[in-house]
Design a protein around this ligand. Structure first.
Ligand SMILES: C[S@@+](CC[C@H](N)C(=O)[O-])C[C@H]1O[C@@H](n2cnc3c(N)ncnc32)[C@H](O)[C@@H]1O
Length: 313
């Protein structure tokens, strides 16, 4: 059932686009937006703070929903080689990490989030869901990748440079010490980068101005030939059209009342961002799903963007 739900195209995105763009009640969403103040460090930190507060408010884990469809969309997470490394960026409570860990018992998932509260919750949820012997395959760390980038133990400067020059000879496939959180040892400079990055409903939370550097940072820690797997809100998704005009903080960018942001992507913007950072586009499309709200019986048109990008060899 889930396969049908996530793979079928219930409507054509172009038809929705035409409808929205011809409807005067949606005009406010189409207007250009003058961004007056470039983001300061303090403003940048406010975004993380809003997410931290969000996770504290929702700490019961009630909103946790395992993304069971994920491995159908990204089967390479199952078929990849032993001990492949995945970096799940903005992991929240582990909705994406959990199906990956369940689907491939050899994979190692490094998961980061700007909120330490949600990392604790994710560990709790994953501890309860997978067998103890596999627990060491899930490793969390706290970081706001859009401000500080990723830590050096993930890919040190030397490895990042080697990726640029002689990609196939990745310096470090450092032996891992299962007892330490981060698998550095006397010989290894870092873990040698990752084979996959999952960016699932996280990029839309980053201010648009900081997206290009954030994606370049992802590019720099992914091994040559590695893949970035992307899913996020698409342009004219129902949730975008529900925002009020005073919630606009940029073109196609909105702020919820709790201070968290959401950007709505068109395919060209995604392409420009990822190809601009050096990735090759493998797959990029809208997923258009009609679903019915159980409470009021209203039909909802959801739009997501699915993308697969590869770092050249
Ligand atoms: C909508 S949730 C998605 C969670 C998860 N990827 C999933 O599949 O459900 C977005 C997550 O990104 C985190 N986040 C937002 N901005 C971030 C940033 N700049 N750096 C790291 N994490 C961030 C938030 O705390 C939140 O947990």
């Amino acid at each position: 059932m889930e396969v049908a739900e996530y793979f079928s195209k219930d409507f054509e995105w172009e038809e929705l686009k035409a409808e929205v763009e011809n409807d005067p009640s949606f005009r406010c969403h189409l207007l250009p937006f003058e961004c007056s103040n470039p983001s300061s460090q303090a403003a940048a930190e406010e975004d993380s703070i809003a997410w931290k507060k969000f996770h504290i408010r929702h700490s019961s884990g009630k909103f946790f929903k395992e993304r069971r469809y994920l491995l159908k969309e990204f089967p390479e997470l199952v078929s990849c080689g032993e001990c492949s490394k995945v970096l799940e960026v903005g992991c929240g409570n582990g909705s994406t990490a959990l199906p990956i860990l369940r689907g491939n018992e050899h994979i190692i998932v490094y998961a980061c989030d700007c909120s330490s509260e949600t990392l604790e919750k994710a560990e709790e949820i994953i501890d309860a869901a997978i067998v103890a012997s596999l627990r060491h395959r899930f490793r969390t760390f706290n970081c706001d990748f859009s401000i500080t980038g990723f830590p050096k133990w993930l890919a040190c400067h030397t490895c990042r440079e080697v990726f640029m020059q002689k990609p196939q000879n990745c310096l470090s496939d450092a032996k891992e010490n299962p007892r330490t959180m981060y698998p550095l040892n006397e010989v290894g400079c870092c873990i040698g980068g990752v084979d996959f990055i999952t960016l699932i409903f996280t990029l839309s939370a980053v201010p648009f101005q900081r997206m290009p550097t954030s994606i370049k940072e992802c590019f720099s820690v992914i091994k040559p030939g590695g893949m970035l797997l992307f899913r996020d809100y698409g342009l004219y998704d129902m949730t975008m059209l529900r925002f009020e005009s005073d919630q606009r903080v940029g073109f196609r960018e909105y702020m919820r009342s709790d201070g968290t942001r959401s950007y709505f992507f068109c395919l060209d913007t995604v392409r420009d961002l990822f190809v601009g950072a050096g990735f090759i586009e493998l797959e990029l499309e809208y997923c258009c799903i009609k679903s019915v709200n159980r409470r009021n019986g209203k039909s909802m048109r959801r739009v997501w963007v699915h993308g697969k990008f590869q770092r050249p060899m």
